[in-house]
Design a protein around this ligand. Structure first.
Ligand SMILES: Nc1ncnc2c1ncn2[C@@H]1O[C@H](COP(=O)(O)OP(=O)(O)OP(=O)(O)O)[C@@H](O)[C@H]1O
Ligand SMILES: [Mg+2]
Length: 614
């Protein structure tokens, strides 16, 4: 295993415009193993021919001529041939396994890494189930081809060459008439190659659809249950499943009509061969002994012809799978390292100038965005849902590229800075944080990429108001999260995500609705921690509560992708007709009512206590 280096092998370089070129390139580094496997399988086939020869000796010399002394040698010969066959079959299997598993291993690992390096734009569109299917089922199909099928070519060529030469040595005309059906078989194989290719492709596509459906259903199982839509989901799955069934049957039918057809042709060839041979023997052109030898060898010349067709047809399925994999490999990775890396540590100044942005080629999401953030400032982003807040902050770590305008980070055009550098210096608490099915400690330490002490982890968790909760779990920081462990509440997840970002200690901090799922009290606690954290860092904080944003150096209000207001909390509150004032009023009124409610209830309680027995 140690000699299979995945990192040094760029599968993109193996891509080819020709149909078979890619598969051939894929074998780089394994071609000698493959050649060995092919040759060994071919050689193993000769033990059969050898056994026929030995039978000949046994019958003619030992039995007919009573040369009994030869008997032990004949016996030894049989054993020897069996060993010969065993050794070569084993060698071939070993080498084929090395080729097939090596190629599959490299392919799988490359795909894993490649997929995680594709852009956000790609992942927005790609279906997880479909990607899974290509990385597993299609890789398996390629594996199977190299393991079981492709080495047959050695046996086919060697058997054909040897037997054809031997027959040609007896009589050239006989040899030529024995292969007369080759063109027919060839044309037939090519025809079925195309048919099976198409049919198998449809089948694989359908399988991908089915696994995408399954994957989505599993991810959304809560919604399915909550809306009691099991029946509907089952019907949807059933329809996809039926289609796969139909395509599977069609594929099998094509296979099923191919084999008998070639069998009939092969049988025809055999009869024709025997007939021509017999005619030649009767005419005295060849001897009876020649005829007998010929009859034996004829079978071993037809077998390869028929199996070559089989191989061609099987190859078509491997080719389809390969091309489905190549489709992913062809996608261009998001370059992480390319771009400038600022020489000085980041100060964290950001300027947005006339920035426009759209996801893909759809309608524009952000229009003419202009604002700036001085180093260490806290900028709050507000606005109704869908107004473009997340889209703005997504541009900062270059998750997406702005379509026009300029964004300057410390005076450098953002889209010239290496993504790796940006992402190392930017900390994000996402709107819907994701935690891995690993321990809480691992989740918190995820972003730092170095060994961290327990103390550091605890401090980060404390700052995110999560430490006490974590130590209350029986296994504390070793508690497993998610599918294999505890299910955390939305607010707990958010706080672990905050701790993860705090520990990363980034220059630029992005908090996308980071405290939306925590109660007001915890929010106040986190806000305090965040305020400490925000000191000296440029922070972008998206929030809906006025309390969260009012201390920001500047509040920017978005509406439908435009900036509609910009200023400090005090300035914006002054603007009577503005959205911010409206939000402020609504929240203040709610606050007031709550206060009133609480006040009157407290009064009620007090009265109750004052007047006992009432
Ligand atoms: N990955 C995406 N691909 C295409 N369109 C998107 C994508 N993400 C968001 N959009 C669209 O961009 C617009 C702005 O979305 P965005 O997520 O920036 O809103 P938001 O202000 O963060 O809203 P919220 O407060 O609900 O989080 C929406 O119309 C949305 O449909
Ligand atoms: Mg958002």
């Amino acid at each position: 295993m140690e000699d299979i280096k995945v990192s040094e092998f760029d599968l993109r370089e193996t891509l080819s415009d020709s149909k078979f070129g890619g598969v051939w390139n894929l074998m780089r580094g394994f071609r000698l193993y493959y050649l060995g496997a092919t040759l060994a399988l071919g050689l193993s086939a000769f033990s059969k021919t050898g056994m026929f020869l030995l039978v000949n000796v046994l019958v003619d010399d030992v039995l007919a001529n009573k040369l009994v002394s030869l008997l032990p040698w004949v016996a030894l010969g049989f054993i020897g041939l069996a060993v010969f066959e065993g050794v070569f079959t084993f060698t071939s299997g070993r080498l084929a396994a090395r080729t097939a598993e090596g190629i599959a291993f490299r392919l799988r690992n490359y795909l894993f890494d490649h997929i995680q390096r594709l852009s956000f734009t790609y992942h927005d569109k790609a279906q997880t189930g479909e990607l899974l299917q290509r990385a597993t089922s299609d890789v398996d199909a390629v594996n199977r081809f190299f393991l079981q099928q492709s080495t047959e070519i050695g046996r086919i060529i060697l058997l054909f060459a040897v037997n054809f030469t031997a027959i040609a040595a007896i009589n050239l005309q006989l040899a030529l008439t024995s292969v007369i059906v080759i063109p027919v078989l060839f044309v037939l194989s090519i025809y079925f190659f195309g048919k099976i290719e198409k049919s198998y492709e449809a089948f694989q596509n359908q399988e991908a659809k089915l696994s995408a459906t399954l994957q989505e259903n599993l991810s959304g199982v809560r919604v399915v249950k909550a809306f009691a839509r099991q029946k509907h989901e089952m019907e949807k799955f059933d329809a996809e499943s039926k289609e796969k069934y139909r395509l599977g049957i069609r594929l099998l039918l094509i296979h099923a009509s191919y084999w008998p057809l070639t069998d009939v042709i092969a049988a025809g060839q055999m009869v024709a061969g025997f007939y021509v041979g017999a005619t030649l023997a009767i005419a005295g052109t060849i001897t009876i002994g020649d005829y007998l030898a010929y009859a034996g060898m004829l079978i071993w010349i037809i077998w390869p012809m028929r199996n070559l067709g089989r191989l061609i047809v099987q190859g078509s399925t491997a080719l389809v799978s390969y091309n489905r994999i190549a489709g992913i490999i062809r996608e261009v990775r998001e370059p992480l390292e390319t771009g400038t890396v600022p020489a000085h540590p980041l100060r964290g100044e950001m300027i947005f100038e006339n920035v426009h942005f759209s996801y893909g080629d759809e309608t524009s999401v952000l229009h003419n965005i202009n604002f700036d953030a001085k180093p260490g400032e806290a900028i709050a982003l507000m606005g109704s849902t869908g107004s473009g807040k997340t889209s703005v902050v997504n541009l900062i770590p270059r998750f997406y590229e702005y379509t026009s305008g300029r964004i300057l980070l410390d005076g450098i055009e953002l889209n010239t800075i290496a993504r790796q550098f940006l992402r190392a210096n930017i900390g994000i608490v996402e709107q819907e944080p994701f935690l891995f099915s690993r321990t809480i400690r691992e989740n918190i330490a995820y972003g730092v990429g170095r060994e961290v002490s327990d103390e550091e982890v605890y401090d980060a968790a404390r700052a995110a108001a999560m430490h006490d909760v974590i130590v209350s779990f029986p296994e504390g920081y070793a508690t497993l999260v998610g599918e294999r462990g505890v299910t955390l509440s939305g607010g707990q997840k958010q706080r672990i995500a905050i701790a993860r970002t705090i520990l990363k200690d980034p220059r630029i901090l992005i908090l996308d609705d980071a405290t939306s799922s925590v109660d007001t009290e915890t929010e106040a606690e986190i806000r305090e921690a965040l305020e400490r954290l925000m000191v000296g860092r440029t922070t972008f904080i998206i929030a809906h509560r006025i309390q969260t944003v009012q201390h920001a150096d500047r509040v920017i209000v978005f509406d439908k992708g435009y900036i509609v207001q910009q200023g400090t909390h005090e300035e914006l509150v002054e603007d009577e007709g503005g959205i911010y004032r409206r939000i402020f009023d609504v929240q203040a009124r709610i606050e007031e009512e709550v206060q009133k409610e609480v006040g009157s209830r407290e009064q009620g309680i007090t009265t109750q206590f004052l007047i006992p027995n009432s």
